[in-house]
Design a protein around this ligand. Sequence first.
Ligand code: SF4
Ligand code: SF4
Ligand code: SF4
Length: 462
Amino acid sequence: MELTRLSLLESALKSRYPQLAVFIVMLVGYIFAIIAGLIGTPVGSSNFSIVFVWIAWWAILILIAVPFFGRGWCAVCPIPLPGEWLQRGAVLGPHGNRWSSRRRGTDADSVLLDRRRRTETKWLNLRVPKMFRNIWLQNISFLLLALFSSVLLTTPNITGIVLAAMLFAAVGLSMVFERRAFCRYLCPVGGFIGLYSQTAPIELRIKDKQVCVKCKDKPCYHGSSAGYGCPWDVFPGGLTRNTYCGLCMECIRTCPHDNIAVNLRPFSADLAKPSARMDEAFKAFIMLGSAMIYAGVLLGPWGMFKDAAYNVGTTAWFIYAIIFLTIIFGVLPGLFTLGLLQTKGAASLKQRFASLSTALIPLGLMFWVAFSLSFVLTNASYILAALSDPLGLGWNLFDTANIAWQPMLTSVLAPAQTLALVVGLIWSARTAQKSANEAGVSPFTIIIYCLIATSVMLWLLL
Ligand code: SF4
Ligand code: SF4
Ligand code: SF4
């Protein structure tokens, strides 16, 4: 169902003003979170940066935005904005044709493009080297945050520093590389949002392929006087998955043939065509394994593991880090590969590994939903208090500063988590069936793998 048929929605998406209004609110909130982290109270549960980033934002992201809107968060995320504004030399106006740097065609073309680049932007505007055009850097940046997460989630000034570092990294990369290099190749959050956005019931796609074939200048990619070329370095005419479309809506503005639509679709439609990329396959293992490890370490009864995770830099922490990485890069993919060895098909083991790991995407998402329900419901009561006293300075702006901590909805937590895990298992089994059909193998061992992982997660959470 095409949502952009609703003329009000289409006009809102084509206009830059509603988006700019949301961006400004988000950017102000983000900068305030940095300031609160750096100068506010060191007590995490009373500091805006911890409470609004790791409880409120995380809850909205993982329980609503990603499952239902895919990269919906990226559509309003403030992190790439300052860099993008500097790169474009404008906050609002469409100046088009600034990003025509794809190095193709004749030397004369290159000269022309180089000249155009020099005259139209004062920044370097380089293309990201080919070896980095994948999500391995995003996998590494996520793992770095994951290994330090116990400290990050509880220490306001560390959260403030990390938020500021992401903003500066995005600005720095915008000065050197074309388009949104930070979002596309480095952002630790964007990597998993992209992976799980494939399950969302929303997509941006072209309406008619033939129109794109006949379209000469491809302004959706190169930009035009109506707007900028795709900031995510995606050719919208070739989109088949949500993974790398940041829903920025530029192509809706630049397409002169009105050939871009935002559609409502069945959940996980993208997973019918499994990816064959190893970086994405390992992202699925990283996310699945991290959810399980967090459930055990942060929510489990084992004080020894918790101590090791919190005491960054100690021998115990190094052992924790080694176990963490061994589970993610050794145990989980190793057992998965053992299961695959029992299947036979025309595709190589590597191809089967990459395509069948698609089945872990819904499972991982629901593991994160189940895990997040636990700490979000336990800590949500901090939100109102932090709203009234965001820096922990004794303010009481909305008369809610003294609301006592109280876990919410405790009676429904365990059933909700169980339901999430069961839904994840069924969803993954169906995805495994489709992926296995594509690869011409039996899905049996993959479904058993998902069943065992779900049982372990259930045991860790309940
Ligand atoms: S990839 Fe990261 S920085 Fe970029 S828009 Fe998405 S969350 Fe924000
Ligand atoms: S500008 Fe529109 S018609 Fe042309 S290639 Fe892009 S999406 Fe297709
Ligand atoms: S495909 Fe369109 S909406 Fe998606 S990132 Fe590119 S320009 Fe933005």
